[in-house]
Design a protein around this ligand. Structure first.
Ligand SMILES: [Zn+2]
Length: 383
């Protein structure tokens, strides 16, 4: 069906984008997108997707609007406090675009409904805020073979990725094979989250959904976008598929959705994922040591260029160093760790690769999961 004159006018700013055009707008109208959770991330995503002309939006949410939600969950108003989020969302999204077909799933995401629910949609957005739901969404998307737009937030930091079985890229369990112990993770109430961060990450998620639905651009499959809003920095790291992944690896252990694997009691603030598990888990995807040859390739790339850190003494550095490297001697590193941007990809080097290995281990233990040591140090590099 061609677009009506009214649709052409309404979406004219999309249609005049050569990448979207009328064909792209029609694809959006045909698209079926499911939002799992309509809180901090789902709110902005839902607003942008409805405004964009996505034809069918599914809303899976069971929660009630609380006053403290209004600090970031921009879909809701004071008058909604105490009402089911899904009812408030229906009213506001319908007011935004009366033709968007809204489907409610008021039980939210459960192990019992997950795979069948995902099967009804083209794209799923995971805007949940706890680990059981996040692992469930990842696994259900895998079994339903649907692309999953992943977003997570922690204080001022956010992450976005797309897990898509059909493309053969990494899934969430490739990064974090097992769910962490909820006791070990701070809750949202304890850790806090900045309101506008939700808008940034939720909007990124909406954009990824639009890209997947229309086929324009390069979705974040096999890549993780990491944002640090306090430092105003962003970085995209490659996600490697893990052959030993319990879900998508060559000898999978998880063969279906078993409710016992997704304990929903004591759910916690999801976003802490990297911060809480990075040191140990990132080792699965990120090497502790890197050869000179690998480092050269890496440094020559246009994206994901690592920060290079020299941990030698001042006199050694004066005798020669890698251009553009940051200098923090090993014995000062603990006290100056704040000089490294959060989520930085770091290549540490010293003269022979021993001190840098110690430094890399220390940085990983402090949350710099993407840290590697230049094997053999500057001596081998120079050779
Ligand atoms: Zn996997």
């Amino acid at each position: 069906m061609p677009l009506s004159a009214e649709e052409q006018f309404r979406y004219s700013r999309h249609i005049c984008l050569p990448q979207i055009g009328e064909a792209g707008q029609r694809r959006l109208r045909e698209a079926r997108v499911l939002l799992v959770g309509i809180g901090g991330l789902g709110s902005p995503a839902a607003l942008y997707l409805a405004a964009a002309g996505v034809g069918t939006l599914g809303l899976a949410e069971f929660d009630i609007v609380a006053l403290h939600n209004l600090q970031r969950q921009v879909l809701f108003r004071e008058a909604d406090v105490g009402a089911p989020k899904i009812a408030a969302a229906l009213a506001h999204l319908h007011a935004l675009d009366s033709r968007v077909h809204l489907i409610v799933h008021e039980k939210g995401l459960t192990p019992e409904n997950a795979t069948a629910l995902f099967s009804q949609y083209d794209v799923v957005l995971d805007g949940t805020d706890n680990f059981p739901a996040r692992y469930l969404a990842n696994d259900a998307a895998f079994f339903a073979c649907k692309p999953l737009v992943h977003g997570s937030i922690f204080q001022f930091a956010g992450q976005v990725s797309v897990f898509d079985r059909a493309s053969g890229n990494a899934c969430y369990r490739c990064l974090f094979p097992e769910m962490p112990d909820p006791e070990s993770i701070p809750t949202c109430e304890q850790a806090g989250v900045f309101g506008a961060l939700c808008g940034v990450v939720g909007s990124f998620m909406a954009m990824e959904a639009v890209k997947l639905a229309t086929g324009v651009g390069v979705p974040l499959r096999g890549r993780l976008l990491m944002l640090d809003l306090l430092a105003a920095t962003s970085r995209t790291v490659r996600l490697l598929k893990d052959a030993a992944c319990p879900l998508c690896g060559s000898s999978p252990r998880i063969m279906g959705i078993d409710a016992g694997n997704y304990s929903f009691h004591n759910s916690c603030c999801a976003p802490c994922c990297l911060a809480a598990t990075s040191g140990e888990e990132a080792a699965n995807v990120f090497p502790l040591e890197i050869s000179s040859e690998e480092a050269r390739v890496w440094l020559a790339r246009a994206v994901d260029v690592p920060l290079v850190l020299d941990v030698r003494e001042g006199a050694e550095r004066a005798a020669g160093h890698l251009p553009g490297s940051l200098h923090i001697p090993l014995n000062e590193l603990a006290g100056r760790i704040h000089e490294l941007p959060a989520h930085a990809i770091v290549i540490v080097y010293c003269q022979h690769g021993q001190r840098s290995l110690r430094a890399a281990r220390m940085l990983r233990a402090r949350g710099y999961a993407y840290t590697t040591s230049l094997s053999g140090g500057l001596a081998r590099w120079a050779n």
